[in-house]
Design a protein. Structure first.
Length: 335
């Protein structure tokens, strides 16, 4: 059985070190069009299936990392120093334990999220991807992107996809050591495709995705069907991307998200992230589509919707959905 340290030791074995005093990096958030839901190895975050995501352009995590002289890591999130018992600090400290060379080294991490933290907006994905990029830059390791993706995966599965802009495919792999489970960007650029964040409810989620996935895999009678569903949806999404067929892309992504939520609703006890506002927004998307608008949605481990549309329809859709924040997956800088 492999653990996280084995993987880190293997990937860093022949790395040069030319330490900088500070590194500042950015990683975009990503939203899966074909979801990752369920692990075959929870220590190494090895997924049951492949998944495919779209990045959020300038929405993500800025991270500045330095060596810290104090007795513990110093973690600042959006300008506030977090207490050591904060869940984010505990999770980050455990992750950083994998990289303390010499042992006992402490880090000062300053993260600024340009995407709302929690509420299912995938800030842990961009957060861990940014930490890995910052570790690489600060130590001068110059790791290949595949290795960075594997390391980010150890922090949070979806972080493996947050190292690039655009479409990213995470290969589940089949090995037990996790070395063949990494993400890579697709070559296709679809420059008029947009993804919008519809913030309906910003309260923190009750059940985290790690626990919700575990419960679904272990208790949901519908989970058996999930890998087959993913294979079908992933093939449809890959084809739609090649064909630039927006209807096919939106339909497959929307159906995949609904199928994922169905698996978790059938868990015992059930996991239900939807709030009344979520259902109301789903109905509004469907009715706008019935009126001829090319608009689809996807949803993750939270009550909010992400909308898929094209630039030509952006103004109309922004007018219909109050507070919608549009991201351009191919544009890293603020317009
Ligand atoms: C619904 O990557 O947050 O957003 O690997 O346990 O950290 P861990 O889970 P996480 O799960 C993301 C689930 C999802 C779907 C997706 O992003 O593919």
């Amino acid at each position: 059985m492999c653990n996280k340290s084995d993987i880190v030791n293997r990937l860093l074995a022949d790395c040069p070190e030319s330490r900088q005093s500070e590194a500042a990096v950015f990683a975009p958030a990503n939203i899966a069009l074909c979801k990752y839901w369920g692990k075959r190895d929870s220590e190494l975050n090895l997924p049951v299936t492949d998944s495919l995501s779209l990045s959020l352009g300038s929405l993500g995590s800025h991270c500045t990392m330095r060596i810290h002289d104090g007795p513990a890591d110093l973690v600042q999130l959006n300008g506030t120093t977090l207490p050591p018992d904060h869940p984010f600090v505990s999770r980050l400290t455990r992750f950083l334990n994998l990289f303390r060379q010499p042992p006992g080294r402490r880090f000062h991490i300053e993260t600024v999220n340009t995407i709302p933290t929690a509420a299912g907006f995938a800030s842990s994905a961009s957060g861990f991807a940014a930490i890995v990029k910052a570790l690489d830059a600060m130590h001068g390791w110059k790791l290949p992107e595949r290795s960075l993706s594997i390391l980010a995966r150890l922090g949070s599965g979806s972080a493996s996809r947050s190292l690039w802009q655009g479409f990213v495919h995470w290969h589940a792999g089949s090995g037990t050591d996790g070395m063949d489970s990494f993400a890579e960007p697709l070559p296709e650029q679809w420059t008029d495709l947009r993804i919008g964040l519809l913030i309906l409810n910003s309260s923190r989620k009750t059940t985290g995705s790690t626990e919700a996935m575990r419960r679904t895999v272990e208790t949901s009678a519908l989970y058996d069907a999930w890998p087959r569903q993913v294979a079908t949806d992933l093939a449809a999404i890959r084809q739609a991307i090649r064909d630039r067929d927006f209807q096919a892309l939106g339909a497959a992504a929307e159906a995949n998200a609904l199928a994922m939520h169905a698996t978790m609703m059938a868990a015992r006890p059930a996991v239900l992230y939807w709030q009344p506002e979520s259902v109301e927004a789903i109905q509004r998307v469907w009715s706008a589509r019935a009126d001829g608008l090319a608009l689809y949605f996807t949803m993750d481990a939270g009550p909010n919707l992400k909308l898929l549309y094209r630039e030509a329809d952006r103004t109309t859709i922004e007018q219909q959905f109050d507070g919608l924040v549009t991201a351009n997956p191919w544009q890293e800088r603020e317009p």
